[in-house]
Ligand binder design. Sequence first.
Ligand code: 13P
Ligand code: SF4
Length: 317
Amino acid sequence: MVAAVAIPLDIEDAIDRLKRERNAVVLAHYYQESEIQDVADFIGDSLQLAQAAAKTTADVICFAGVHFMAETAKILNPTRTVVLPDLEAGCSLASGCPADRFAAWIAKHRAVDPGAVVISYINCTAEVKALSDYIVTSSNAEAIVRSVPADKTVLFAPDKNLGRYLEKKIGRKMVHWQGSCVVHETFSLRKLVALKERHPKAIVIAHPECEEPILAMAQYIGSTTALLKYAVASPEREFIVATESGILHQMQKQAPDKTFIAAPPEANCACNECPFMRKNTLEKVYLSLRDLTPRIDMPADLIARARIPIDRMLALS
Ligand code: 13P
Ligand code: SF4
C-alpha cells in the first residue's frame, strides 16, 4: 500500500518556507497552471527562463515547466540541484526527435553539404542539443538564423511550423525536421474564422508553433512573452490568443480591463492546454521542494557538449 502524502493546507506558505530553508528558486513557464505561476519567483518564456537559470545564485532550482527546460537549467548549473515537479512532463517536439535519428539525418545532409549548420529549437533533448551548432527559442530564432552566412545550408529541427514561419519571414530556404507541437497544431481554422466573425474587433495573436493557416490569420505572431507584451501594450481591447491557454492568466492579470479569448481547438477538448506542462501541480511543486526530487542529472560530458550551442544562443540574445 502506498502511504498517503501529507500536503499542508497552507501550501503556498509551506512552499515559501521551503524556498527560504533550501535557498531555492521556482522558475515557471507561462503554460503552467495559474496557482503555480502565483508561487513562482520568476515567470517567463523559454528564453527568459534559460536566462534566469543562467543568472541564479540559488542552491536549488525548482523548474515548473517541462523536461527539456529543466535539463537546460541543469546544463547551465551543473553544480546546483535542479528538480522538476513531475518527471513525466515531456514535450511532443522533444520526443519526436530522438538523438540517433537526428544524428543520422545530420550525417545524411552533411555527406553532400559538409558545411551545413544545425539549428535546433530549445524544445529538444540534451542529446539533440549536443549535436547542434546553435540552440534557438521562439524569441531569438529569427536573429540567430539571420546571423548564419547566406551561403550555408541551415538544417532546422525539430519544429516544422516554426521552421516554415522563419523561412517565409526571412526569405531563406532551410531543411526541416518534421516535428510539431501537439498543442499548437490543435487549433481549428474553421472555428477560428467563426469566432472572428462573432468578434470582428478582436485581434488574433499566435505563437509561431501554430500551423500556417492559423498564422496567416494572425495580426501578430510571437513567443509567449512577445504575445503578452503586445496584448498588454496594444490600444485594442479584445484578443483571440492562439497558444497554450496558461498565458491567459498573466494577460488577464496585467490587463484586467481587456478581453482575452482562447483560440478554439478542433475537437471539443481542452487540447489547448499542454498535457505535459499540466503534469505539474502545486502539490508536486511542494513535494519537489520538500524532498528535492525528482532531480535532473546528466553525465558531465553531455552537459559540456550541450552547453556549447546554448552558450552561443545566450551570447546572441
Ligand atoms: P516559448 O516559451 O518560446 O514561447 O515557447 C513556447 C513553448 O511551447 C514552450 O514549450
Ligand atoms: Fe512541447 Fe507544445 Fe507542450 Fe510546449 S506546448 S511543452 S512545445 S508539447
